[in-house]
Design a protein around this ligand. Structure first.
Ligand code: ADP
Length: 724
């Protein structure tokens, strides 16, 4: 028998392939190698070893890359993630291997730095170079090219300045290591309350155990959860390990990061989907080598190759954005717990409104439950009330009721700020023709086009399709008959401007402040009191404290209740608790008013009554009766095809291929609520399973029986969060 190696490649393959090992090549699991795949040599990872009678037709590994291998814990994590989510192993590996260049050491670059104060009598070019810090404070040290460009001169000037002793020339790594966070500095200008200290200690004990365990950090908005989990992070850092803090993508603002930096006196390594190659390479390498000690990132940071992970914090653990729905479908919150288990690390799930799944785990003792019941000091919780729109109808064509208008007015009179929340981008969600009644529809998708007045466009929010706002109806061609129906944030801001003519009003949504810089600027302006009324979407909910904000008006409390999503009530409750929690900080009490047509809906009634327990009990009761999570398991199959006939045929075939098993119930196939997306026809099946069933394994067997025809796709979603 001869020993062979199993190599996994970061491409769409279900498992590793066998390769012959060249004589004399020493290999271990996790090693990076080049091996022929198709016609090319490709970078892969040694997944394990096997034996064969002979090496007939077996291709041979070409080269072992002399770099630190992936550790066994991440190999296990990849295997588990693929198996649990019925995903291809190769695609999960691809989520880990985000930068091939990071496998090489950082190249060196030549840098320059001024040696002292500029001497008198310099020529203009030299003067400009030495004065650069006045216009660009953190320019030094810099590369010759950068300096020359910034000072509008040539690289030869830099060179002669170095020779003349005006600039110091030295070499340094292109990707410098991150500064070491200092867990022992205080890093804040207030003292923790006794309750915060004891909560921090509870978490520190868990980190100190150096073993897998999970804690749910459950505290009201503003109770100091961040401060408390930073204490746990300090423990991990003190022990010399690495700490990962996951935050919803939207919360990765500069202001949020500043907080971590202040606590430990060093900027954390950041990781998110919109990073450039250079930053990606640097973070990946530093994490892999164990030198980046504190990483703050969006969900994909979970797949970084940590060398010594001691703590994972999942902030806002209930947040829907932890569910990744493209490519490999996974829930980063759940996979964080798995990662913690593989690494023997502590996991802290933090939230104001924990998911019912995590709460159940905490209550039955699987997770430690650390509770922060109050805000520190004099700060009180905001008063929340509902405005029944049946009793308080806004004027025709308007969307703000009198109580909301009064609320804003009172806040402004006191010199404080107000926020109007509506999770809908643009001006109006529907565009209707008054002449023929047609609605402007997305051409290839089951959704309506949304009017965006500022940009003068009609946009599909599901596919991004965007066209100039037509002047005539596309059906009956009547000019000037298209009418906006319903409100988006732009329209609410327009109404607010009519009502509060002197107020400084800004809109914050991904359209109005698309890039991180613009978002940062607007958040900072709000925090500094330079905005009176902020009208915003989901974006305003997280990541920033506004000390002068005392009134929050929710324009449409019912918005997320429709849509047949089993978590609609829970999600509405979670979002509105967070939105309302923005009102009032420190010594200023806050108030939130929620406009609704359904004041009796459980989620809304519980909000107004401040009855979290009542809401949880009712919601859990309902789920228990229906056998839904956490009392049962769910999976979905989504089939899509270029035409309806093909979609129906394969959906039926899929159903017929379902393995027989007790404790499994299959609903569908049926048309997906969004039956056509980007021209593809979609069908769904929903699978309900008893809690003791290994649903992933069941789905795996089912999937193995299916071969989708050309252009037909099948996706499996374990524990679906969306049902569109
Ligand atoms: P949460 O994450 O629970 O919403 P944060 O940790 O963001 O709460 O804290 C809310 C605000 O209260 C922050 O501005 C924080 O600096 C401040 N804060 C937290 N703890 C204290 C304390 N003990 N004394 C004074 N301010 C505090």
């Amino acid at each position: 028998m001869v020993k062979i190696a199993k190599i996994l490649f970061p491409v769409a393959v279900p498992e590793p392939f066998d390769y012959a090992i060249p004589a004399g090549m020493k290999l271990a699991a996790g090693d990076f190698v080049y091996a022929p795949l198709g016609r090319q040599g490709k970078l892969g990872v040694v997944w394990g070893f096997g034996e064969r009678e002979n090496l007939d037709k077996l291709k041979q590994i070409s080269e072992r890359k002399p770099c630190r291998p992936l550790n066994p814990e991440i190999l296990k994590f990849i295997n588990f993630t693929a198996k649990y989510n019925c995903a291809l192993q190769g695609l999960v590996l691809r989520m880990v291997l985000r930068s091939h260049k990071a496998l090489e050491p950082s190249p060196d670059v030549t840098l320059y730095q001024p040696t002292g104060e500029p001497p008198p009598g310099l020529n203009p070019a030299r003067k400009r170079v030495l004065g650069l810090a006045d216009i660009w404070p953190d320019i030094w040290p810099a590369r010759a090219g950068e300096i020359a460009k910034a000072a509008k001169t040539s690289a030869s000037v830099i060179n002669t300045m170095a020779k003349a002793g005006l600039l110091k020339k030295f070499t340094a790594p292109l990707d410098p290591p991150f500064d070491l966070p200092d867990p022992n500095q205080a890093g804040r200008d207030f003292v923790l309350t006794p309750r915060q200290i004891s909560a921090g200690e509870e978490l520190q004990v868990l980190v100190r155990q150096r073993a897998f365990n999970v804690a749910l950090l459950d505290g009201v908005t503003g109770s100091g959860k961040t401060e408390v989990y930073l204490e746990a992070a300090a423990q991990g850092l003190r022990a010399g390990g690495q700490v990962l803090i996951l935050v919803p993508e939207i919360a990765l603002t500069q202001a949020g990061l500043k907080r971590f930096e202040e606590r430990f006196g060093a900027e954390p390594a950041q990781w998110h989907s919109a990073m450039g190659d250079a930053a990606r390479r640097r973070v990946w390498r530093e994490v892999h080598m164990g030198r980046a000690r504190l990483v703050v990132g969006a969900r994909s940071a979970l797949f970084l190759p940590f060398a010594d992970l001691q703590l994972i914090v999942v902030d806002e653990e209930h947040d829907g954005s932890y569910k990744q729905d493209e490519g490999v479908i996974y829930n980063a919150r759940d996979m964080a717990v798995v990662r913690g288990k593989m690494a023997g690390a502590a996991v802290v799930l933090a939230s104001v409104t924990p998911s019912l799944e995590s709460l159940t785990n905490a209550r039955n003792g699987r997770y430690a439950h650390v509770i922060l019941p109050e805000r520190p000091g004099a700060a009180t919780m905001p008063e929340v009330a509902l405005v029944d729109l049946k009793d308080h109808k806004p004027e025709v064509g308007r969307f703000l009721s009198q109580p909301l208008i009064d609320g804003v007015m009172q806040a402004l009179k006191r010199g404080e700020q107000a926020m109007l929340y509506l999770n809908r981008r643009g001006y109006a969600p529907l565009i209707i023709c008054r002449a023929c009644g047609e609605r402007l529809k997305s051409p290839d998708t089951d959704s309506w086009l949304v009017q965006h007045k500022r940009s003068g466009r009609a946009i599909c929010h599901h596919t991004g399709l965007s066209m100039p706002m037509p002047s005539a109806c596309l059906e009956c061609k009547t000019e000037g008959a298209l009418t906006a129906v319903g409100p988006g944030v732009e329209r609410v801001a327009e109404e607010a401007a009519l009502l509060f003519a002197d107020a400084r009003i800004e809109v914050l949504s991904s359209d109005t402040a698309g890039n991180p810089g613009a978002i940062r600027a607007r958040m900072a302006a709000m925090a500094a009191g330079d905005i009176d009324i902020l009208v915003g979407t989901q974006m305003v909910v997280k990541g920033h404290n506004f000390p002068h904000l005392t009134f929050v008006g929710v324009v449409d409390g019912d918005l997320s209740l429709g849509g047949g999503d089993l978590r609609a009530g829970e999600r509405t409750y979670q979002t509105l608790v967070q939105v309302a929690g923005r009102a009032g900080r420190a010594d200023k009490p806050g108030r939130a008013l929620i406009q609704t047509h359904m004041p009796d809906h459980e989620a809304l009634a519980a909000l107004a009554a401040g009855d979290r327990e009542g809401f949880i009990a009712a919601e859990l009761g309902m789920r228990e009766i229906l056998g839904l999570p956490p009392f049962g398991k769910l999976a979905a199959i989504i089939i899509s095809a270029p035409d309806a006939r093909k979609a129906n045929a394969f959906a039926q075939k899929t159903l017929n291929a379902a393995p027989r098993a007790d404790g499994i119930e299959i609903l569908g196939p049926s048309e997906a609520p969004m039956a056509i997306l980007r021209g593809r026809h979609r069908r769904r099946l929903l699978i309900k399973a008893d809690p003791n069933i290994n649903l992933s394994a069941y789905m795996h067997i089912w999937k193995s029986r299916l071969r989708p025809p050309h252009k037909t796709k099948l996706a499996i979603d374990i524990d679906p969060q969306g049902f569109m």
